[in-house]
Design a protein around this ligand. Structure first.
Ligand SMILES: *Cc1c(COP(=O)(O)O)cnc(C)c1O
Length: 234
């Protein structure tokens, strides 16, 4: 872990400075791995943080943010988007089919597509709203029973079904490795799967392992704590 995610004094949190130092770290990781500069986008995970904590990142020019709850994003983001209309909002948490309408209206990218029922509902809702949302299939690389996402073996057939049966365009894959595991084999597996399916997007890596994810091919890193500090407990 890097030093900026252990700050406990809330007033000492400087999201803009944290973003800048993380971006520099990522650049050096990319260089080490022989990947192109700028090959990775930071998704600043702002879940549970209020607008006052998020604004400094927007003021510093950051535009890509992640939220894990539809309801929370709907409450927080319209006002922020009024000031920063070019924000890209990414849903990184589970999506119930009864929230699909709100999710399609609120988010630009949904990273938690993991079942046919949801794929069907998203296709119908995008058609209805005339709005195209980018989609990532969530893969449960650790095959943890309590975790969302498809088992790796199920992904190729589901991907085909999304394309042929629902007419959905899939941009990439997303994973959250088991907390207790070395994330490297999970990142490598996801990268291999994306490559074999011809998918360009790879959402993997969080505050504790973003350097590694950048080296193993991530295109989007989902970073919360290292940017905004520890999340308020509810
Ligand atoms: C909260 C969350 C993150 C960010 O985690 P940090 O450890 O705070 O960087 C990343 N991905 C998902 C899916 C999350 O829910």
């Amino acid at each position: 872990m890097s030093s900026h995610d252990v700050l406990s004094d809330d007033d000492a949190i400087d999201p803009a400075a944290n973003l800048a130092s993380i971006a520099a770290e990522i650049e050096s990781a990319l260089e080490e791995a022989g990947r192109a500069s700028g090959a990775v986008t930071i998704t600043a995970v702002s879940k549970t943080h209020d607008a006052d904590r998020i604004r400094p990142a927007l003021e510093a020019g950051h535009r890509v943010f992640g939220e894990n709850r539809v309801q929370e994003a709907m409450a927080k983001w319209p006002a922020l988007k009024a000031d920063y209309p070019d924000v890209e909002l990414r849903l990184i948490g589970p999506l119930q089919t009864n929230k699909v309408k709100e999710a399609v209206a609120t988010f630009d990218v949904i990273e938690s597509l993991d079942r046919p029922k949801l794929a069907r509902a998203l296709a119908a809702e995008m058609e209805k709203q005339g709005r195209r949302v980018k989609l990532y299939i969530q893969v449960n690389t650790g095959e943890e029973p309590q975790k969302a996402g498809l088992a790796p073996a199920e992904v190729p057939a589901f991907y085909e079904q999304c394309r042929t049966e629902f007419g959905l365009e899939i941009e990439g894959l997303m994973c959250i490795p088991p907390a207790e595991d070395d994330p490297a084999p999970h990142f490598a597996l996801l990268a291999k799967m994306a490559k074999s399916l011809g998918l360009s997007g790879l959402s993997m890596g969080m505050s504790g392992d973003y350097r590694l994810a950048a080296q193993l091919g991530a295109t989007h890193l989902r970073i919360g704590t290292a940017i905004f500090g520890t999340r308020p407990v509810h």
